[in-house]
Design a binder for this molecule. Sequence first.
Ligand SMILES: Nc1nc2c(ncn2[C@@H]2O[C@H](COP(=O)(O)OP(=O)(O)OP(=O)(O)O)[C@@H](O)[C@H]2O)c(=O)[nH]1
Ligand SMILES: [Mg+2]
Length: 344
Amino acid sequence: MQIRTFEGKSLSSLMAQIKKEMGPEAVILNTETIGQNGSTKYKVSVAIESSEDYPSSKKNGLSIPEAKLTVPQEEWFKTIMLEWENFKESIFTLLEPQSKLKLPAKYAQAIRYLEKQGVKKEILINIISSTNIKDNSLLGVLKEKIKVKPWPKNFLNKKIHFFLGPPGCGQTSNLLKMLLKLKQLNPCNILLAYPLNGNLEGKLILEHYANLIDIDFKKISPENLDTLQNAPYDYIFIDLPHQLQEFKKFLSLKKNSSCLHVSLSPVYEENYLRLFLNKVGINKISSLIWTRLDEATKLGSIINFCVDYNLPISFLSYGSQLKNSSFMGNKDKILRYIFKREIN
Ligand SMILES: Nc1nc2c(ncn2[C@@H]2O[C@H](COP(=O)(O)OP(=O)(O)OP(=O)(O)O)[C@@H](O)[C@H]2O)c(=O)[nH]1
Ligand SMILES: [Mg+2]
């Protein structure tokens, strides 16, 4: 906190000076009137929260609102999200005991479990208050919340499949697992494409498997994406680079004949994943892939994201090995995994 004292003969011009130098957010701490040789003088003590808010110390000559805009957008988004989530949490904490009273006893334990898994209170209250819960089952209500589009059968009419995710989220592994599932179903002419600025480790893994399963492996850039689109392949799989500028170039060229599958993991903090989805653009995403489920202590994000973004889940992964470590989007299996950590 910054404290300054201003002195002058006119209170109104002192106030104008304070407003100019300290900004509108300055707080008047004390005003003193001093009589001096028959004239009156004023002494005003003023405080301001931090030096950043103090216009005379402003950087690059920016006014306060402009200066605030220079804070990275990401930080603002995080702060606003956090405050909003805290606010909602408080409201729903107040509502919760009342809504739980309406809940049939047999579901109370399951709701407590979902709460521990990190399912948001507002979603739980919505489930509890759902009229269906009385005639239907809790699982029935939960199934209404989950949206799936199982891989590969729902995507066979799309030629280009982009894969993206925050670094280390299992993007490259999922691409391979999904490619193998597609190959099993219908042996066809597939190209595995790798962007010029992608990471070397991912490139080597993809190249290795492309050789092993005998499919074409080519480098790709946004400039030759159009040419490839017309190349004689049934399917083209592209492991997008993680850097924002790089993947945005590809996504700006995305056409209706292509799909974007985004890998997320409940191992990662939910706000980080939300920020990532917003960077990508929700309307560009065709499906979500949930991965590294075996490593996550909480799986509530899967339900939270279904409700918040209404994006279908195409594929899920629960192990690092390529075989017997994944299942396609299926409401029963997803709920079974969330409740029992089992597939069958
Ligand atoms: N336990 C477990 N490990 C997984 C799963 N999926 C991927 N992995 C492992 O997680 C690590 C990262 O997976 P990648 O597929 O390379 O992830 P990525 O997002 O492509 O990573 P980078 O491109 O290197 O940032 C690897 O060691 C994988 O073997 C999973 O479902 N469970
Ligand atoms: Mg990768």
